[in-house]
Design a protein. Structure first.
Length: 231
């Protein structure tokens, strides 16, 4: 019986995938905040496990060595879009996971199946625990992690636009080397055997090259609201 209390909407699961610099993090955070949903940056989790491997002297070129210790670090993600957090064994690593060293090594670490199995399990349990629903962003969310997501978005943008956005963030970096590094990482992420970066067949593709960030956010919010209305 309806006792007059506000009826809560069904939890909604939104998967946002795409290559680097397409606007996944900024869009996902804003959409989640606007709609009262949780938010998960899965790239931060792969960066966190990479940071742990580097800090503990694990040979990044040795997938067997990485696999052997993949279960060791305890990675905890806070899913409030206003203040996303990430810790490894209780240490706040939100700064250290963004260094160029971690960025250069994350594709090799995240290609190891044992790493993916571990992180995927964490992602699924966080999504299941999100009371109002969640926006999860990454590379394989729509294809592998949450194939039953209510809405799947695949963001794209030209390499030029993505490199310009990234070098705007990294002070002192030059556009050419940022573009090359970004293309190399996308190629590695797209060609790995285990759950590569890919668009799910039922994902809505949004090309953000000529859109402002507020336009992309509005587009995704509208798609979520349409989904919710149709439920
Ligand atoms: N549509 C857009 N137009 C201009 N800049 C954008 C747009 N979307 C994102 N950005 C900027 O580009 C940078 C990378 O965005 P981010 O959300 O981190 O991308 P991703 O998570 O896909 O790597 C950020 O500085 C962000 O503010
Ligand atoms: N679901 C995911 C998310 C990220 N990864 C890997 C591959 C990416 O190059 C790294 C870093 O991801 P992140 O989203 O932080 O990358 P950006 O620099 O923001 O583009 O993690 C992944 O393999 N699967």
């Amino acid at each position: 019986m309806d006792n007059g209390a506000a009826r809560t909407a069904q939890p909604v699961i939104v998967a946002i995938d795409g290559p680097s610099g397409t606007g996944k993090s900024s869009t996902s955070k804003a959409v989640a905040a606007q709609l009262g949903l949780s938010y998960l940056d899965t790239g931060a989790q792969y960066r966190a496990i990479t940071w742990w491997m580097v800090t503990n002297g694990i040979d990044i070129d040795d997938p067997t060595a990485i696999a052997a210790v993949a279960g060791k670090p305890e990675i905890v993600s806070g899913t409030d879009p206003a203040q996303p957090t990430i810790t490894v064994d209780g240490v706040d690593v939100s700064g250290p996971i963004r260094t160029q060293e971690v960025t250069a090594k994350v594709s090799a670490v995240s290609a190891v199946p044992e790493v993916r199995a571990r992180i995927t399990e964490l992602q699924r349990s966080l999504a299941a625990a999100a009371e109002n629903g969640i926006v999860v962003e990454g590379r394989d969310i729509g294809t592998t992690v949450l194939p039953d997501a209510d809405l799947k978005i695949f963001l794209t943008a030209s390499a030029e636009a993505r490199a310009a956005r990234r070098s705007g963030e990294l002070k002192g970096s030059d556009l050419h080397s940022t573009r090359e590094a970004l293309i190399k990482r996308d190629a590695a992420d797209s060609s790995r055997k285990t759950s590569p970066l890919a668009k799910a067949d039922d994902a809505v593709e949004v090309d953000t090259t000529d859109l402002t960030l507020p336009q992309v956010i509005e587009c995704v919010v509208t798609l979520v609201e349409e989904k919710r209305a149709g439920k």
